[in-house]
Design a protein around this ligand. Structure first.
Ligand code: PEP
Length: 257
């Protein structure tokens, strides 16, 4: 039975006071444990104060990126060790904005995934096709290729990896994949995980959906049998909308038994 994970990617939004207020509101709503896992990923400068705000609550802390080297002359970069040091338990790798605006490719992403895991972080590895890929019938080929980011991950390490399916045409656009499109892509990804790691790992690995998840579409998406959570951008920036999505996750978890 896979536990639903609702993760908020704050991207380059919210100043310290706003982020702390939002995280305090979430921590107050989910003070100890919750039926689903809850994660927030603020910008680097605020990881420490926000980590303090959610400490002891059910809200976990993650970063949006890391560099693969352990330390050294890499101006502007942040290591896995540093993320652990400020209280992160998670890191996003391969978000489409990293791929699109910062040219990150699967070979680099594979190193980042390995570095995250080596530093004891859980990794959310993001994949997703562009609209042109989908129109050209290339969705599955693109997803299969992007899974190369997991090439250095062993079956045992997959216990600390979550895959996020985020069609690029649905991110920040208000256009959501239909439940059928999401479920179909998730089934395909699980099949790929099965070929790579076998049945048990494929069945145990959580696959999140991301792309304009909102309170009004969350329950339907999260109720799909292969959708094991949501990676939420815009709707994670306000306590009421993020909380509504978490509550939809709790309801979906109950429905799935
Ligand atoms: C994201 O940033 O991962 C995302 C899915 O954004 P949004 O929910 O705003 O589409």
């Amino acid at each position: 039975m896979r536990q639903i994970l609702v993760a908020g990617n704050w991207k380059m939004n919210l100043l310290q006071s706003q982020g702390v207020a939002l995280s305090q509101a979430l921590a107050a709503k989910y003070p100890s444990s919750a039926a689903v896992e809850i994660l927030i990923c603020p910008a680097f400068p605020y990881l420490s104060p926000i980590g303090t705000a959610v400490r002891g609550s059910a809200v976990q802390l993650g970063a949006q990126n890391l560099y693969f080297a352990p330390q050294g002359a890499f101006t502007g970069e942040v290591s896995g060790d540093m993320l652990k040091d400020v209280g992160c338990g998670w890191v996003l790798v391969g978000h489409s904005e990293r791929r699109q605006f910062f040219g990150e490719q699967d070979e680099l992403l594979a190193k980042k995934v390995s570095a995250g895991l080596a530093h004891g972080l859980k990794v959310i590895y993001c994949v997703g096709e562009q609209l042109a890929d989908r129109k050209a019938g290339q969705t599955e080929a693109v997803l299969a290729k992007q899974l190369a980011g997991l090439d250095q991950v062993s079956a045992e390490q997959m216990a600390n990896v979550v895959v996020a399916y985020e069609p690029m045409w649905a991110i920040g656009t208000g256009v959501t994949a239909t439940t059928e499109q999401a479920q179909q892509a998730h089934v395909f990804l699980r099949g790929q995980l099965k070929s790579r790691y076998g049945e048990a790992v494929a069945a145990a690995t959580r696959i999140l959906y991301g792309g304009s998840v909102k309170p009004d579409n969350a329950l339907e998406l999260l109720s799909q049998s292969d959708v094991d959570g949501a990676l939420v951008g815009g709707a994670a920036l306000k306590a009421d909308s993020f909380t509504a999505i978490i509550e939809a996750g709790i309801q979906a978890q109950t429905l799935k038994g």
